[in-house]
Every structure is written in structure tokens, then in C-alpha cells.
Ligand binder design. Structure first.
Ligand code: SF4
Length: 329
């Protein structure tokens, strides 16, 4: 039987004092949270409150199990209106400006796949205008599983934001079925072709052990081959950072992530970022692994430069994070 997971609200304080997104978010705009990748990040959750709507049903998803397993546009439920979402974003940005609060990023993530929001293009347009008005230095980020990338309106919207971070956890149909449980209409091969055609995507991959294990040699070799095809500007590696809806899912050790990261750098030739967590460990791990450097401590902020396709990227601010965005498991 599937247990009820995080149905109360989406922010929880762990024993060690960290606040994490866990379960369904109870609001459309949340944070800013201390994102491991994006700094002070204001989250936008464009879903009807109380619903988890996604084209995937990943057994590690911090929002819990998907209850609307959808692709495409669906209007049969009450989505938050565009006006409501933009009003909430604006009032939060206005408050941040008035209070001198730092906002480094506005990130679309939340209780599911954000590109399923029926007016996603308009939402991005409106947010970009608000960013220009209130926080011109902030970046606009979308975390997506790429399942709507075949739609022209979605591709056009994603091309306007500063970073589109796409999920690629596995390639072979059997492992994809286990780790992502995609909608039956989706094929990972088609999604990889769409990612390949998209300019400058970031790829993020969750590695887990358990029934949906994606760390076997055969799967890693297929995944590396897909990365070579896509040639992303960066690859972000994770393992779980909190309890998963499927209790059999477990964390991959930092040493394994490090070995995978080294292999991507060597065989794909793109920057890799991987982030350790202390979830499920008796002692905290040594820190965050980025370009070979290791720091330790309770809440250290990292600044590192990454070379992306020959161009020095802007500094990525990372931390051992106090709280997290959905999609940044
Ligand atoms: S992790 Fe992302 S893609 Fe997977 S079910 Fe959760 S929201 Fe959907």
C-alpha cells in the first residue's frame, strides 16, 4: 500500500535543523530558500494547492506520489490563474526590495512538472517583466523533466529563461520505468532527441540505489552516450537528501557520485557539479564536490567558477543548504 507522503505541507525542519521541501507545497510562491545551485531562490509552484501533477511519478520525489499523471494541456481542474500567480510573485518581489532581502533566482518548480501549467508561456513572460522591474540581477530558472519539450510554445518559453535544467535519470526503458514511471505516451529516446535539439540545456540526474537503481555499468554507459548526444552546458548530479515516497529507495554514496562525475568530465567533456548530503548517514559527509574542491562545515557558502564551452560562466553559489527547492532532491 502506498503510504500518504507529506500531505500536510511542503516545508519541514529536520532533526539537524535544516528546513527542506517535503510533501506538497501549500503556497504558489515560497521562500526564498537557500538553493544549493541558485543561491537565494524564490520558488514558483504553479499548481492547484493539494495536487501533485506530473508526467512522471518518480519514487524519490520529495512532493510524494503523483496523483494526476498527465501530459499536455488539461483544463478540467482549477489551476491558479495567471493573474493570481503574477500578483503573488510581484508582491513577494516588492516586499524583498522594500526589506533589502536578497533574491538571486526565481525558480519554477513545485508540486509537479511546471510546463504542464496551461499558460506557461504567459507565466514566463510575466515573470521576466517582473524580474526586470524588481530584481534585474536575479536569474529565472526552470526545472523540468522535458516531457512537454515537443510543444513549440513550451520551447519558446524555455528559450527566454536564464537556465533550463532538464532531468535525465536513465535511458534504458526498464530503468526509466522504475526510476521515473513516465506517462505511457512518453519515450525517453524522443525526450533525449528534444534535449539534444535544445540550445544549452543543463542536465540533472538523480542517482539512487534500490529497485530503481540507475548506477549499474550498462545504464551509466547508456547515460554517458546520451550526454554526448545532448552536450549540455553542465551536468548536475545528486542523490536523495530526504526520505523518499518509496522507502526502498536509498542514497548513493558520495564516492560513487564522484566517480561518475569524473567519468562525465573525461568522456563528455562538460562541467559537472555534484552535491553531497548527510541524509541517511551517521556522520556528515565532507562537503560539496564541485570541480574537485571539498569544503566542510554547517552552512558554508561556495563560490566557484566553471568553464562552460570555453566561456567562463558566472559564479555558481552553492551551499551545504539550509533548505531546498523541489526538484533539487
Ligand atoms: S521528481 Fe520531478 S519529474 Fe519526478 S515526479 Fe517529482 S516533480 Fe515529477
Amino acid at each position: 500500500m502506498r503510504r500518504r507522503f507529506g500531505s500536510q505541507n511542503g516545508l519541514r525542519v529536520l532533526d539537524e535543523g535544516r528546513q527542506v521541501v517535503h510533501g506538497l507545497l501549500p503556497e504558489y510562491v515560497f521562500g526564498p530558500v537557500d538553493s544549493r545551485r541558485y543561491g537565494k531562490s524564490l520558488g514558483v509552484n504553479p499548481f492547484p494547492l493539494g495536487e501533485k501533477i506530473c508526467s512522471f511519478n518518480c519514487p524519490y520525489c520529495e512532493c510524494g506520489w503523483t496523483n494526476k499523471h498527465w501530459v499536455g494541456k488539461h483544463n478540467e481542474i482549477l489551476w491558479p490563474s495567471l493573474v493570481t500567480l503574477l500578483d503573488e510573485i510581484e508582491s513577494r518581489l516588492k516586499k524583498a526590495r522594500e526589506q533589502g532581502e536578497q533574491i538571486d533566482a526565481i525558480t519554477f518548480a513545485g508540486n509537479g512538472e511546471p510546463t504542464l501549467y496551461p499558460e506557461f508561456g504567459e507565466l514566463i513572460e510575466g515573470t521576466l517583466a517582473l524580474r526586470k522591474k524588481w530584481v534585474p540581477a536575479a536569474r529565472v530558472i526552470v526545472l523540468t523533466n522535458a516531457s512537454e519539450l515537443h510543444r513549440t510554445d513550451i520551447r519558446e518559453a524555455l528559450l527566454k529563461v536564464d537556465e533550463t535544467c532538464m532531468k535525465l535519470d536513465a535511458v534504458s526503458p526498464e530503468v526509466v520505468r522504475a526510476i521515473n514511471k513516465p506517462h505511457s505516451s512518453l519515450s525517453m529516446d524522443s525526450l533525449i532527441s528534444l534535449m539534444q535539439a535544445f540550445p544549452s540545456p543543463v542536465i540533472q540526474t538523480m542517482f539512487v540505489h534500490g529497485p530503481s537503481d540507475n548506477t549499474g555499468e550498462k545504464e551509466i554507459a547508456l547515460w554517458i552516450a546520451a550526454l554526448i548526444r545532448i552536450h549540455p552546458v553542465r551536468v548536475d548530479l545528486y542523490s536523495i537528501d530526504r526520505a523518499a515516497p518509496d522507502p526502498r529507495v536509498s542514497r548513493v554514496p558520495a564516492e560513487t557520485l564522484q566517480a561518475i562525475a569524473d567519468r562525465v568530465r573525461r568522456e563528455v567533456g562538460v562541467p559537472v557539479l555534484f552535491i553531497n548530503s548527510s541524509y541517511g548517514q551517521k556522520k556528515p559527509v565532507k562537503g560539496v564536490g564541485v570541480t574537485g574542491r571539498v569544503l566542510r562545515g554547517g552552512f558554508l557558502r561556495w563560490v566557484c567558477g566553471l568553464r562552460i564551452r570555453g566561456i567562463e560562466s558566472e559564479a555558481l553559489r552553492l551551499s551545504t543548504h539550509k533548505n531546498e527547492l523541489p526538484g533539487e532532491e
